[in-house]
Design a protein. Structure first.
Length: 236
């Protein structure tokens, strides 16, 4: 009875208990195994959690760079294409007339520009205060539905600044003069060119300016190569 009083909750024979209850050393071994398994499980959970958190917070450097590029430099890295021409042929006028219209040959050249560049994706057109540049771009501007922006012929720095700030990554068309076209090309990062000869009106320049400022120039010819009579009488 003393044994049963000491273990009132035991309802099985003592002999059976002695066979089923492990000894103290066995209990220690079992608990050590269980603790080891538990530790491994906790370690696994921590590792998985760390990987998950890392995926949420720490993107690879390439992904971060791509977000930066999309957010800031996607526009800047898109090349800006600047198409430049000298105005078309001028009408023969007295020397005191400093702002002549374009001639019939000049009008034909202006129409050729509209035919060539009507589907080129031009987003902005720049001219000077002189009618010959404005009339040169009119057929093209009308076809594109654009209003030409006037910039003073001697304000090359202002023109370049406006293109960089407002037209980065776009295609831009400029009608200038025989001395301003080379100046604009150089100011945009292109090569240094000589002044266009007085009798040449068929030069077309395509300047591709990269986001880092480097530029490549392509020089083409368009329209009739023959100058109109007397075109060398007046500069610009």
């Amino acid at each position: 009875m003393k044994r049963n009083q000491s273990y009132p909750f035991m309802c099985v024979p003592i002999g059976l208990i002695s066979h089923n209850i492990p000894k103290r050393g066995a209990f220690v071994g079992i608990w050590r195994k269980q603790l080891t398994r538990l530790s491994l499980c906790l370690l696994g959970v921590l590792c998985v959690s760390a990987v998950a958190v890392g995926n949420l917070t720490n993107e690879p450097s390439g992904a971060i760079s791509s977000h930066t590029a999309l957010g800031t430099s996607s526009v800047n890295q898109t090349p800006t294409t600047v198409i430049l021409v000298r105005h078309a042929e001028k009408a023969i006028v007295p020397p005191e007339n400093k702002d002549p219209d374009i001639s019939m040959a000049g009008l034909a050249r202006a129409q050729e520009l509209a035919r060539m560049l009507g589907d080129s994706g031009i987003k902005a057109i720049y001219v000077t205060q002189f009618k010959r540049t404005q009339q040169t771009v009119k057929p093209l501007a009308d076809k594109l539905g654009l209003t030409a922006t006037q910039v003073q012929a001697n304000k090359t720095a202002d023109l370049v600044k406006q293109i960089r700030e407002q037209n980065a990554g776009q295609t831009v068309f400029i009608a200038g003069h025989n001395n301003t076209v080379p100046e604009i090309i150089a100011a945009l990062g292109g090569p240094t060119l000589p002044i266009i000869p007085e009798t040449e009106f068929d030069n077309l320049y395509v300047l591709t300016v990269q986001g880092d400022g480097t530029a490549k120039l392509l020089k083409l010819k368009y329209g009739s190569p023959l100058p109109a009579s007397g075109q060398g009488m007046m500069k610009q």
